[in-house]
Design a protein around this ligand. Structure first.
Ligand code: HEM
Length: 401
């Protein structure tokens, strides 16, 4: 093994993966890994792969340490009880499913949420003011997106701690981990979430409301509606993607600001900066670190040819810090960076994040109001990382106001 071989299990990787990405970009940007996958780390190659429309669906069939165990545990069946979501489908199914969800998950529906997001953020900030010292993740970064997607879908008020545990387990299927007990826990968490969702859907059919779930049940295009299994899979996806990612935007974003007093002061001095600041924070520390595809044809990239049927990992986090694209100051936080919005934190191409507008709204309101409300906001101890390689984020951000 060379030193440049991608090794997310190296000590310190989850705390700070960026020096490792830099080395890969410099020395082996299109890496053929001995474990059988390829890894792309430069902005040009990452965007080329994601825009090339390679398969998202076939990655479910590709050998994968955790998914293989899950398939085995499920007697060879696909491990997901709810069927496949749009995230794991190729055209024409992807186009159909995404079209149906996009019909109800509209920019207008999201913009209408702003006043509720402000209310939720202010309530969280009141609690933080009263406590004096708290963990930002538990008080603001997690509960905000969780409550927003819960209310938007029209899910019943949930046992937050239990759901947090279930979705936290489910997203482990996106991690390159092979823990013998993990397959069983992921399958169980998925089955429980799918069953819970199916129950809510059945109730909603009888008791329609003014919510996204009711709209999704009735969404129709060219006479086609979502089947029951498809509906469950899309709802679980929205539900999980709706909070497991945005929590990292808020917590990693606040950590980055608190570690850079100059940039924090610039944001306080110019509240108008918040829109671009959120783009830069998304770039600076990606809430989702990578996307995966299977090549459908020989794929020429960075002077190499990746054969068809290959599992390719595109490092969004590395592309977001590639000096070749961003310039020599790529690893600096610059809230007024003019091209910050060209980050790939929401992916690129046909699977570009459908919830990007919602994530941006929550990020702007949460981070903007937090820094304005507390002029003395400061870290109050060590930041603890969640130990995840893909959905990498701070698990504990002790702050005092
Ligand atoms: C897809 C990131 C928030 C819903 C994606 C993808 C990324 C991503 C990278 C593409 C995955 C791929 O290419 O394989 C993020 C980040 C977020 C965020 C960084 C927060 C900062 C949200 C929210 C929702 C959402 C709030 C909805 C409530 C979705 C959906 C897809 C998706 C439905 C699948 C799109 C498709 O397959 O066509 N997201 N996401 N995301 N995201 Fe997000």
């Amino acid at each position: 093994m060379t030193e440049t071989l991608f090794n997310p299990f190296a000590p310190g990787f989850t705390e700070d993966p960026y020096p490792h990405y830099r080395e890969l970009r410099d020395l082996d940007p299109v890496q053929e890994h001995p474990l059988g996958f390829w890894l792309l780390t430069r902005h040009a190659e990452v965007t080329a792969l994601l825009r090339a429309g390679m398969s998202a669906e076939q990655r479910n069939l590709a050998p994968h340490p955790v998914r293989d165990q899950m398939r085995e545990a499920a007697g060879g069946e696909d491990w997901r009880s709810g069927g496949l979501s749009m995230l794991d489908r190729d055209p024409p199914d992807h186009t159909r499913l995404r079209g149906l969800v996009a019909k109800v998950f509209t920019p207008r529906a999201i913009a209408a949420l702003e006043s509720r997001v402000v209310e939720l953020v202010d309530a969280a900030l009141d609690r933080m003011a009263e406590a004096g010292r708290s963990n930002l993740v538990d008080e603001l970064a997690f509960p905000l997106p969780f409550t927003v997607i819960n209310e938007m879908l029209g899910m019943p008020p949930a046992d937050e701690a239990h759901i947090r545990e279930l979705t936290g387990t489910l997203v482990r299927s996106l991690e390159p981990l092979a823990d013998p007990d993990l397959a069983r826990r992921i399958s169980a968490a998925d089955a429980e979430l799918a069953a819970l969702t199916a129950e809510v859907i059945a109730w909603k059919r009888a008791n329609p409301g003014d919510d996204l779930l009711t709209a999704l049940i009735h969404a129709e295009e060219n006479g086609a509606v979502l089947s029951d299994d498809e509906l469950v899979a899309q709802v679980v996806l929205l539900y999980v993607a709706g909070h497991e990612t945005t929590v990292n935007l808020i917590s990693n974003g606040v950590v980055a600001l608190l570690r850079d007093p100059g940039q924090l002061a610039a944001l306080r001095a110019d509240p108008e900066l918040i829109g671009n600041a959120v783009e830069e924070l998304l770039r600076y520390d990606s809430p989702v670190q990578s996307s995966r595809r299977i090549t459908l044809a020989p794929f020429e990239v960075g002077g190499r040819e990746i054969p068809p049927g290959t599992f390719v990992v595109a490092s969004l986090a590395s592309a977001n810090t590639d000096e070749r694209f961003w310039g020599a100051d790529a690893d600096e936080l610059k809230l007024d960076r003019p091209n910050a919005r060209y980050h790939v934190s929401f992916g690129a191409g046909p699977h570009h994040c459908l919830g990007a507008a919602l994530a941006r709204l929550e990020g702007r309101v949460a981070i903007g109001r937090l820094v304005r409300r507390f002029p003395d906001l400061a870290l109050d101890g060590e930041v603890e990382w969640n130990g995840r390689i893909n959905l990498r984020g701070a698990a504990k951000v002790p702050v005092r106001v």
